[in-house]
Design a protein around this ligand. Structure first.
Ligand code: AHR
Length: 496
């Protein structure tokens, strides 16, 4: 297959907000207990944090981590997770049918963030609770002192405020599975009041309104429009959540899902701008895609009800999942002018790129690598490539381009990186790239993941599905020619 791409500085989509490379830790399964926190583990530090996990998180270069849920947050009393550990109550977590020991809470998470070189995106409970608990948490976390909640934080041993800048107003409040689920108008009011009062407590914060729980939710569209209409003036972002599955073993449709993802993102942008126009507002609402991934391998696995930290949502990812995750990252970057935050859901053990054994080892899942590449090399501005390539039809989509691609331009480092997925099952792609005004730029690294069985997975003993380096492709003036294997993830790095 032959393909042509043209790249120019003028094709700038926008600057990439580094928070687009965020992730997510929920009190769910072994994400916290046995994941980031495991006192007594051979690698645990003085706070009980697994340093093997921290080291791997650092490789992903994740600038922000959403916490503590997810569905969990809609029944969470944040006060249960602060203060002396021996006094903290064990609670039933009705979201996941487990018991929450509360030995890890807000301050532990904030300490972990510091050690993992990341920031917290904090979610408040707008399910079973509301404005009062939310504003108290902002005061506890962000006020310097001299008030009841901030002094309580100090009494708990944390003199300095945590200064958390980004706050989610609940989680998936349209879903019947959510504790305290609401109609769009009920939620719009709850979110407006919570956001308003949270911002009165700390005017420097930003807030995220919950969008629908997915594009497939029956609420989608109307929910965004109605809740935004009510809360528009007080909030800064609207959230999107989307997971994909390959239940019928149809890889072409599975890899084609970015067609739908692209349309989903575009629709939410349109709804935000429709409400803006209706209100004659100067303010633009941007997007927080704060849950995205592949999720289905672990569905319906039995577990012991009310146990502490059972193995839940432990998807073991394969090679085709890595290709979709790479394609999804490219799609998010294509909208980086409006998507300012995104969270790969989740980070450790629970539908995650990092997998641990409680009391044992750790490994990178297949999806770890495309995320690591884009998060580390995809900084600066995103450039929309003019791409001319063959397309395919499949069960769920028509005209899916075989190549999914984006380029990033880091002006400061004088680096250009091209990310590209070849979705063809059997054809190599010969891509001719015209780099137009990038004179003097030369390729210095060509990384790929290819040649694996589409169902190949990694294990504790063998991280087989991983990137490898290829010979640097040929360049003639400002023309680059790259050969990309069938079913491959490709990263081509150029420098001046
Ligand atoms: O990430 C797992 C779950 O998926 C989250 O708790 C919820 O928000 C979503 O439905």
């Amino acid at each position: 297959m032959k393909a042509k791409m043209t790249l120019a500085k003028e094709f700038r989509i926008g600057d990439i907000d580094k928070r687009i490379y965020g992730s997510f830790i929920e009190h769910l399964g072994r994400a916290v207990y046995g994941g980031i926190y495991e006192p007594g583990h051979p690698t645990a530090d003085e706070d009980g944090f697994r340093t093997d996990v921290i080291d791997m998180v650092k490789k992903l270069n994740v600038p922000i981590v959403r916490y503590p849920g997810g569905n969990f947050v809609s029944g969470y009393n944040w006060e249960d997770g602060v203060g002396p550990v021996e006094k903290r109550p064990k609670r039933l977590d009705l979201a996941w049918g487990t018991t929450e020991p509360n030995t890890f809470g807000t301050n532990e998470f904030m300490k972990w963030c510091k050690k993992a070189d990341t920031d917290c995106m904090m979610a408040v409970n707008l399910g079973t609770r509301g404005t009062d608990a939310a504003r108290n948490l902002v005061e506890y976390c962000n006020h310097k002192g001299g008030s009841a909640w901030s002094d309580l934080r100090k009494a708990h041993g944390y003199n300095d405020p945590w200064n958390i800048k980004l706050w989610c107003l609940g989680n998936e409040m349209d879903g019947g599975w959510q504790m305290g689920a609401k109609t769009a108008t009920e939620y719009g009011r709850a979110a407006l009041e919570a956001s308003k009062v949270m911002k009165w407590t700390d005017p420097s914060i930003e807030t995220v309104l919950c969008g629908s729980s997915s594009r497939n939710s029956w609420t989608f569209g109307t929910w965004e429009e109605q809740s935004l209409d009510i809360a528009y003036d007080s909030i800064d972002y609207v959230s999107l959540h989307q997971y994909y599955a390959n239940r019928t073993d149809d890889i072409q449709s599975f890899l084609g899902h970015t067609m739908q993802l692209d349309e989903f993102i575009y629709s939410v942008i349109c709804i935000c701008d429709y409400v803006k126009a209706k209100k004659r507002s100067k303010k633009t609402i941007n997007l927080s895609f704060d849950e995205w991934n592949v999720w289905y391998h672990s569905n319906n696995r039995p577990f012991e009800k009310w146990s502490v930290a059972p193995p839940l949502l432990e998807d073991i990812y394969n090679f085709e999942d890595a290709l979709l995750v790479g394609s999804m990252l490219i799609t998010l970057l294509r909208h980086c002018d409006r998507i300012k935050i995104a969270c790969l859901a989740q980070l450790v053990n629970v539908i995650a790129p990092i997998f641990t054994q409680t009391g044992g080892g750790i490994y990178e899942q297949t999806i770890f690598f495309p995320f690591m590449h884009v998060s580390n090399y995809g900084r600066g501005a995103a450039l929309l490539p003019l791409l001319d390539c063959p397309k395919y039809d499949c069960k769920e989509y028509t005209d899916v381009p075989y190549l999914e691609s984006i380029a990033t331009y880091n002006e400061e480092n004088e680096e250009v990186t091209i990310f590209c997925v070849n979705k063809s099952l059997d054809e190599e792609a010969i891509l001719d790239v015209n780099l137009m005004d990038f004179e003097g730029y030369k390729p210095f690294e060509f990384i790929s993941m290819d040649g694996y069985d589409k169902k190949a997975e990694n294990t504790f003993n063998a991280v087989n599905v991983k990137p490898h380096n290829n010979p640097v492709p040929a360049m003639d003036g400002t023309n680059l020619t790259v050969a990309m294997k069938p079913l491959s993830w490709n990263v081509i790095r150029l420098k001046k």
